[in-house]
Design a protein around this ligand. Structure first.
Ligand code: KIV
Ligand code: ZN
Length: 517
């Protein structure tokens, strides 16, 4: 491999999916995985198969369908974790098993309640076991940045000896600083000569806002794989943001000795929108690279400068991250063939029943909206995708709103078993009324935690995109909805969140012993 090439290991579907309230189903994970392949990531960490049958199924489906990237499954050092990870990834073109165990004394004493000797033994046995299944094995000494570096080096040496092909050094709790991380990696290279023969990887969390800076420090110290997530989602404050790493190396490659990634940066904005939509995690407007305002100029002086010469206030061209065109693609007279072609141009392969559904939805929206843009189409297709999974659906609703009487809603919801359920409620506002009417119809007392409305594009007839986070039995779940009618979008989002919450509750009941990291 070219020594300047930095591999991108995307963990959106594993570490990213561990963010509170995210509950992606298999179809949604597949859609994200296909988009990650289009973006050109080197590795997709598709999940942690032992943790639930749903996670196993999604990793397996991604391994069957997604071509290009290596597909990795995470495992603790337990034999059954490693076997489950292998069963889930074995049909991938290029499978990988990723094994981890902590090397910090805090974790060894309090969480694992064992000894350093035992950790060495577990690491040895686990890597050897994983290598019996698969040639590509990654090993991570968890919480390495708070561990005794000499001990971490011993464990890494064992992993290399047993055949690990990638050694990842995680900053699990986002504690390290660039100079410390550099020193840690330099010391590991000095203590474990075998590290020169494997790929060294970095995995940094963002608790102190240092994940990208630390990842860069790691790469400058010799690492050639960066673990990151789209929009920086992940456990607690998240992981290093994929788009920031990619554009940092692309824009400042000259300052870092020509390091580069193999990603197609033009797919970044779209990947970010897809992940945001499916996870319900909004991208802050001022987020670097993919935020709505990342390329907007507000002050007169800046606008003047950019009009004269873009480089005066822009270090990147918006088109290189895919923020170029939202040209009008279709109108209400466009036919099924035109829709199919436009979707293909956008990178969606939609055929058969899915195309029929997307077309019906497109017609419904094109009747209400003069022009259907690329961004609208993306929102419609992503919204339709959510319907594939059995759950509650909103059949119809009536909402009466007035400034003189409390708003009243009646809804009809179809249950996963196909039963029509009706309920009514008088709420504090029309949205509150429809949400409570859905609770009445389904008999499920979920609590609303968050509700958000965004416009997909500008204009009075813009599509509204709503996101709901609710809580059921202490577990949160999210759902999203798209429509030109905000109340309808809110109702759709609510029933989806409810379906996800019910599914999560059922999955928790079946869950095997492990809990995600
Ligand atoms: O943060 C962490 O240490 C992890 C490991 C499993 C790599 O996510
Ligand atoms: Zn992590």
């Amino acid at each position: 491999m070219d020594p300047n090439r930095v591999l991108i290991f995307d963990t959106t579907l594993r570490d990213g999916e561990q963010s509170p309230g995210i509950s992606l189903n298999t179809a949604e994970k597949l859609e994200i995985a296909h988009q990650l392949a289009r973006l050109g990531v080197d590795v997709i960490e598709a999940g942690f198969p032992i943790t639930s049958p749903g996670d196993f199924e999604a990793v397996q489906a991604i391994s069957h369908e997604v071509e290009g990237p290596i597909i990795a499954g995470l495992a603790r050092t337990h034999g059954q974790d490693i076997d489950a990870a292998w069963d889930a990834v074995k049909d991938a073109e290029r499978p990988r098993i990723h094994v981890f165990i902590s090397t910090s004394d805090i974790h060894i004493e309090h969480q694992l309640q064992t000894t350093r000797e035992d950790v060495k033994g577990q690491a040895r046995a686990a890597v050897a076991h994983a290598r019996q299944h698969c040639e590509d094995v990654e090993f991570s000494p968890m919480d390495a940045t708070r561990a005794d570096v000499e001990f971490t080096a011993e464990v890494c040496a064992i992993a290399v000896e047993e055949g690990a092909t990638t050694i990842n050094i995680p900053d699990t709790v986002g504690y390290t600083m660039p100079a410390e991380y550099t020193a840690c990696l330099e010391r590991l290279y000095a203590l474990v000569p075998g590290l020169r023969d494997v790929v060294v990887s970095v995995h940094c969390h963002d608790d102190l806002g240092m994940a990208v800076a630390n990842s860069l420090a790691g790469v400058l110290a010799g690492a050639r794989q960066v673990e990151c997530a789209v929009n920086g989602i992940g456990e607690r404050a998240g992981n290093a943001s994929l788009e920031e790493i990619v554009m940092l190396l692309r824009t400042r490659g000259d300052a870092v000795g020509g390091l580069y990634t193999g990603l197609n940066s033009h797919e970044l904005a779209r990947t970010s929108r897809l992940v945001s939509r499916l996870t319900g995690y909004v991208v802050q407007p001022n987020k670097a690279i993919v935020g709505r305002n990342a390329f907007a100029h507000e002050s007169g002086i800046h606008q003047d400068g950019v009009l004269k010469e873009r480089a005066t206030y822009e270090i990147m061209d918006a088109t290189t991250v895919g923020l170029d065109s939202n040209a009008i693609v279709l109108g209400k007279h466009s036919g099924r063939h035109a829709l199919k072609q436009a979707l293909e141009d956008l990178g969606f392969t939609v055929t058969g029943q899915a195309l029929n559904q997307a077309f019906a939805r497109f017609k419904e929206i094109a009747d209400r909206k003069k022009q259907v843009t690329a961004m609208d189409l993306e929102a419609i297709v992503t919204d339709e995708l959510r319907e594939e999974v059995a759950g509650y659906t909103l059949e119809w609703f009536d909402v009466e709103a007035s400034s003189r009487r409390p708003p009243h809603a009646t809804v009809c919801v179809r249950s996963p078993e196909g039963q029509e359920l009706q309920g009514s409620f008088t709420g504090d506002g029309p949205v509150d009324a429809i949400f409570r009417a859905i609770n009445t119809a389904t008999g499920i007392e979920a609590k609303l935690r968050e509700f958000r409305v965004d416009a997909v594009t500008g204009g009075q007839d813009a599509l509204g995109e709503t996101s709901v986070v609710l809580e059921l039995d202490g577990r949160s779940a999210s759902g999203q909805g798209v429509s030109t009618d905000i109340i309808e979008a809110a109702g759709r989002a609510y029933v989806r969140a409810l379906s996800n919450a019910v599914r999560r509750r059922a999955a928790a009941e079946q869950e095997l012993e492990a809990s995600p990291l």
